[in-house]
Ligand binder design. Structure first.
Ligand code: NDP
Length: 277
């Protein structure tokens, strides 16, 4: 019987996950179906239970339910616990196991696809919302020399950094929070935009001098050249959007469910071609 998987969110019609997982299944010869489920804003729990009772094997969870998924699952694995968010659920017997693959996706895209090491680098992470929570621990595990978290609302950045300092045994010297206007002349090798500013054509206020020569500017928003990426390009940085992260986090989910790793490069190329068309 064909194993059933789905992405659940609200809205969800725009999701690229069905396309990505269909490509993975085709590539690896796995007999799965992968659909999109629109759950009512107050009906996430019921929709998950229904999918499970109908024999579903696993779910990807997208906005705005990642935190609810964290509350719902019976166990947290890998980075899910500290991320306060679950984006992948595997149904095992009658239990739900929750994972967070977003950070793994980001790190793989930066290190493996873009060939940009994180270890020993100065990293600026912009934003303190759900996406930032998801990537923080995997980023720290790469041992950057310094990780500065900047956010429009400073209190959120402070509590974000405080959260990871408490639970992570992080060398406190290397991780700090600040507002954008306090960045001054600080320079970074990798600048990651984990804000949703690009979706509305905006960007956080960055100093012109923020990039070292040859720096990488990474925007988690995918499929478009955001104002941040244009700014970075104008200031000599190498740029990348979040397409690779999207595909890599999906590949990790696929591995969790099916025990095999699909090739990501052809799927990243496919999504880029579709975005340009
Ligand atoms: P949240 O709503 O949880 O957080 C939004 C963040 O963006 C906050 O830090 C907020 O700052 C900041 N922000 C919003 N608008 C502006 C602005 N105009 N100027 C400065 N800062 C701003 O969203 P998420 O964290 O869940 O998602 C962020 C982005 O990451 C989304 O665009 C999403 O598409 C993308 N994403 C991509 C993934 C991928 O696989 N490529 C995976 C997950 C997310 P403040 O606290 O001050 O409000």
């Amino acid at each position: 019987m064909t194993d059933q998987y789905a992405v659940i969110g609200n809205p969800v019609a725009h999701s690229k996950s069905p396309l990505i997982h269909a490509e993975f299944a085709r590539q690896t010869g796995q007999d799965i179906s992968y659909t999109a489920i629109l759950a009512p804003l107050d009906g996430f729990h019921a929709a998950v239970e229904r999918f499970k009772s109908e024999g579903g094997k696993g779910l990807n969870v997208t906005l705005p339910f990642k935190r609810e998924a964290w509350d719902l699952v019976d166990f947290h694995r890998d980075y899910a616990y500290d991320a306060n968010a679950v984006n992948t659920i595997k149904f095992v017997d009658d239990k739900m196991v929750g994972y967070n693959t977003d950070g793994i996706g980001l790190v793989r895209d930066i290190k493996d696809n873009l060939q940009y090491p994180i270890k020993g680098k100065r990293v600026l992470l912009m934003g303190s919302g759900g996406a930032a929570y998801g990537v923080m621990e995997p980023l720290l595990r790469e041992q950057p020399e310094q990780l500065v978290v900047a956010n429009r609302t400073l209190e959120k950045a402070l509590s974000f950094v405080g959260h990871f300092k408490t639970i992570q045994n992080i060398a406190t010297r290397s991780v700090s929070a600040c507002p954008y206007d306090a960045l001054g002349h600080a320079q970074f090798d990798i600048v990651i935009n984990a804000t949703s500013a690009g979706l509305s054509g905006a960007m956080p206020q960055l100093p012109d001098t923020v990039f070292v020569p040859g720096a990488l500017a990474y925007d988690m928003v995918y499929g478009k050249t955001t104002p941040f990426l244009r700014f970075a390009q104008e200031h000599g940085a190498r740029i990348a959007d979040g397409t690779g992260m999207l595909v890599e986090q999906a590949a990790e989910s696929f591995f969790i469910w099916r025990g095999m790793r699909p090739q990501t490069a052809p799927v990243i190329r496919l999504l880029r071609r579709k975005a340009e068309a």
